[in-house]
Write a protein that binds this ligand. Structure first.
Ligand SMILES: *Cc1c(COP(=O)(O)O)cnc(C)c1O
Length: 395
């Protein structure tokens, strides 16, 4: 286990001055056993589909390279990132398996990606041209997944241009410049399975597959589902499911099904310590605008974490943290580097352990609770945890 409680803050004194990072002030613990366990759980929900672990946004804040390695060890054949830099970083770290990357700009870098054997998502003619140029220039056949926009309106080829893209890709495949490895799309309403748009998108995806297959494309994988769809909509699983949130241990559709009932284990714990503890009289103001004024004499605790560390400003007055084993409310707005809790008469010492969120096993708040407190989604709570906070890997 990692440093805890008082030691955490002693360490910060020792390292202050030579460590601009958060060492000692706060840390993010990532449970790699939980990640591997979640892979096993999701294998059971994926039917015959293969798993793709989505490790975009620094593996949803958990740490790109270490998490990718844990997923591979757990038998996940595919990885995916949004940005090419993330995929290239995985290659530099020694990953040799398939990695799909979907968010391209004309800057690429297409040549590096083709040379590194990254699977490139292509949504239209401009990116196909870039890939062909890179493949011809590097003498290496590019691996491509053609993406159709079935209604989400992000990237993906509009349905009316799909046949032309398919034909162009087929010609490039016949001249051995590319291999069309996959055909894919992304759902807009997977967390609400009753939504009529879902059926519509699935039909459009089938139509796009028919067009491609009639033209002569025989891709290795066809894929549509994210975590929510993999769990709730068996018809969307096709050959491969792209899983993010569920692998990190949270339900992607908390109104439908909880992470606990699925058997998922949240992998991340965000821990800090009290920087100050003090008694204040009734009506003593707390924070900017004196937003909080305790009705009676109380004890306040100062936690050295704020929105620059990724905590949501909106969770002021609604979030909770666990201090020395007991939950207490965040009072006043969360500031740039710090937040205040009302300890309601408890008197832990400076340095006492503060758990901002964790799996919830010991009564600490969860990521889901923080999302609710801030009026956002758990994805945002995880992805915003500052990369500068040290990640400690256990398991
Ligand atoms: C982020 C993302 C996923 C994973 O979504 P989850 O809801 O976290 O499972 C899958 N596909 C695409 C295209 C994505 O952008």
């Amino acid at each position: 286990m990692s440093i805890k409680g008082e030691d955490l803050c002693v360490e910060s004194v020792v390292t202050a001055g030579n460590m601009p990072s958060a060492s000692g002030r706060a840390e993010v613990t990532v449970d790699l056993d939980a990640l591997r366990h979640n892979v096993d759980v999701m294998k059971q929900h994926a039917g015959s589909a293969q798993l793709m672990a989505v490790v975009k946004a620094n593996a949803y804040g958990h740490g790109l390279v270490t998490c990718a390695r844990a997923f591979r060890q757990a038998g996940v054949p595919w990885l995916a990132t949004a940005h090419p830099e993330e995929a290239l970083e995985l290659r530099r770290a020694g990953d040799r398996g398939p990695i799909l990357t979907w968010l391209w700009t004309p800057q690429g870098p297409f040549t590096e990606a083709v040379t590194a054997g990254i699977d490139i998502s292509v949504s239209g003619m401009w990116d196909l041209e870039k890939v062909l140029e890179a493949a011809r220039g590097s003498g290496r056949r590019a691996r491509v997944h053609l993406k159709v926009d079935t209604g989400l309106g992000r990237n993906g080829c509009p349905v009316r241009d799909w046949s032309a893209l398919v034909d162009a890709a087929l010609r490039a495949q016949e001249s051995e410049v590319i291999t069309v490895v996959g055909l894919w799309s992304h759902l807009a309403t997977a967390d609400a399975p009753e939504h009529p748009f879902l059926a519509q998108q699935t039909v459009l995806f089938h139509d796009a597959l028919d067009i491609a297959e009639c033209a002569g494309l025989k891709p290795e994988v066809r894929h549509l589902a994210n975590s929510a769809a993999a769990l709730l909509l068996p018809d969307t699983r096709f050959d491969l499911v792209r899983l993010g949130l569920a692998l990190y241990g949270l339900s992607p559709a908390p109104n439908r099904v909880t992470g606990t009932s699925l058997g998922l284990r949240p992998a991340m714990t965000l821990r800090s310590c009290l920087a100050a503890v003090k008694d204040v009289p009734a009506n003593h103001g707390v924070r900017y605008g004196l937003e909080y004024q305790p009705l009676t004499e109380t004890t306040l605790g100062l936690v050295p974490l704020g929105y620059s560390d990724g905590l949501p400003w909106h969770a002021g007055d609604t979030g909770q943290v666990q201090v020395a084993g007991w939950r207490h409310p965040v009072v006043g707005r969360i500031a740039m580097d710090e937040l205040v809790v009302d300890l309601h008469g408890d008197r832990p010492r400076p340095g006492a352990e503060v758990i901002v969120f964790g799996p919830g096993d010991a009564g600490e708040p969860t990521v889901q609770e923080w999302a609710r407190a801030a009026g956002t989604i758990p994805y945002e709570i995880l992805a915003r945890v500052a990369p500068g906070l040290p990640r400690i890997y256990v398991g």
